[in-house]
Design a protein around this ligand. Structure first.
Ligand SMILES: NC(=O)c1ccc[n+]([C@@H]2O[C@H](COP(=O)([O-])OP(=O)(O)OC[C@H]3O[C@@H](n4cnc5c(N)ncnc54)[C@H](O)[C@@H]3O)[C@@H](O)[C@H]2O)c1
Length: 417
């Protein structure tokens, strides 16, 4: 039985059972209509992976804030021929594009800047869609609380909710973390993680753009839109710290950070480096160092210290080693982790197993947000403070025009809210 036959067979059996209440039921025996919200680099990649994951997936609707990004994405997908069904009647532009896309499809791919994620995710799950949800899933505690609620809602509806914490889909990582969870390095007592990267792209201001247009095009530089780079990028390391701890959440964090090289106004209000120490109730400690600076050493490493061994992860080089009582080295295949994310998602939709990574993705996001809160304020931040934080970075309503406040936080002066 090939994969296609298996998927069709499996899907026929689930129509009347676990997917009740989900729009996917109607289409599960044949095509699945997928909608993309946020047609940038990652969204376009996610659409390709969705189309490759299952032969009966069609890209049915697309939504973006701007027509140029949508068209750019669409031209990158033309090779899918008649499976690219987002014709001009199903291309939506603007802050309300997400609602129009969601109304058309069974599965939603969410890949806008992070600030929109809680709202878009809620709308998708309320409408009964399965979801692929890029990381980070929020930029503040309010957003995380909303996502946790939505994840519970998705569970109750039997919907699949897959996260974009892509390293969890890389075969080498999976093999290593499985060994850690099986006790091959004893009890995990510490983790040292680094995400030392270079500077990111930035887009020149163009005539006719409002301040908000400019900021949204350069969303990575505004904490209110992207969360700051510890939430947007180094969150992968934060996620792997939590993974090493079997997703047990830290009790507090003490972080510092600042803006050393990326100081011009065009770089908004985010920092360019952070360092953090996390504590768990059982005495485990983890450290994280991350930066986005050009001309500096770059690495992305995790060293997981156990009572009987140490695990070394070099994600970029795909190297995984355990030293100690149960010495081991990964010699299995490497995979396209982004593709595996979608293979798993669509398989779960077809076989009705409703994978749900919602709470874990929200927790990893909160751990990164609490790191930013601690560095911005100069205070120790507990998990409960971050989760119950009344800081709301997301405007109640999106209207064009003025942008977000671009003042740079000052540790010791910026208030912990
Ligand atoms: N998992 C990974 O390895 C990985 C890699 C890259 C990016 N990402 C994440 O994917 C997301 C998107 O990143 P990107 O690199 O594709 O950014 P991008 O800027 O290339 O794309 C974002 C797109 O969203 C659109 N957009 C903005 N606001 C919108 C709204 N309200 N409604 C609809 N569309 C809107 C933009 O116009 C743009 O086309 C981010 O959360 C980022 O952190 C994850």
């Amino acid at each position: 039985m090939n994969r296609r036959t298996f998927l069709k067979g499996a899907s026929a059996g689930i129509a009347a059972t676990s997917l009740l209440g989900s729009k996917a039921v109607a289409n599960s025996a044949k095509e699945l209509r997928v909608g993309l919200i946020g047609c940038g680099g990652r969204g376009t990649g996610a659409a390709i992976q969705a189309l490759n994951a299952d032969p009966d997936v069609v890209l049915y609707a697309m939504g973006d804030l701007t027509a140029d990004r949508l068209q750019q994405s669409r031209s990158g997908l033309e090779r899918f021929g008649d499976r690219l069904q987002a014709d001009s009647t199903r291309q939506f532009v603007g802050f309300d594009a997400f609602e129009k896309v969601i109304a058309q499809v069974d599965v939603i791919l969410l890949a806008t800047p992070p600030v929109f994620r809680p709202q878009h995710l809620r709308a998708a799950v309320e409408a009964g869609c399965h979801v692929f949800c890029e990381k980070p899933v929020a930029v503040d505690g309010a957003g995380v609380r909303s996502v946790i609620e939505t994840a519970t809602m998705a569970q109750a509806k039997g919907l699949s909710l897959a996260s974009g914490f892509c390293w969890r889909s890389a075969f080498g990582h999976r093999a290593l973390y499985q060994r850690i969870h099986q006790g091959e390095i004893g009890k995990v007592v510490g983790v040292h993680a680094t995400y030392m990267a270079g500077q990111l792209w930035s887009k020149e201001r163009q005539e006719g753009w409002s301040e908000l247009d400019y900021q949204l095009r350069n969303w990575v530089y505004y904490a209110q839109l992207g969360g700051d780079h510890v939430v947007e990028q180094a969150i992968h390391s934060v996620d792997k710290i939590l993974w090493a701890k079997s997703d047990e959440t830290p009790s507090s964090v003490m972080a510092s950070g600042g803006r050393e090289t990326r100081t011009e106004a065009k770089y908004g209000n985010i920092f360019d480096h952070f360092s953090a120490v996390y504590d768990w109730a059982d005495g485990t400690q983890a450290t994280l160092q991350c930066r986005q600076m050009t001309g500096c050493h770059m690495e992305n490493l995790d060293r997981i210290i156990g009572s009987t061994g140490i695990a070394y992860v070099d994600g970029w080089a795909n190297k995984f080693v355990i030293k100690g009582d149960n010495a081991w080295k990964y010699d299995g295949p490497s995979n396209d982790m982004y593709q595996t994310e979608h293979d798993d998602l669509f398989e779960s939709i077809r076989n009705g197993s409703a994978m749900n990574q919602g709470v874990d993705m929200a927790h990893s996001t909160l751990a990164a947000i609490m790191t930013r809160m601690s560095a911005y304020t100069g205070k120790v931040v507990t998990w409960d403070q971050a989760l119950n934080s009344q800081l709301e970075l997301t405007p109640a309503q999106w209207v064009g025009g003025p942008g977000v406040d671009a003042s740079v936080p000052i540790p010791g002066k910026t208030k912990l809210i």
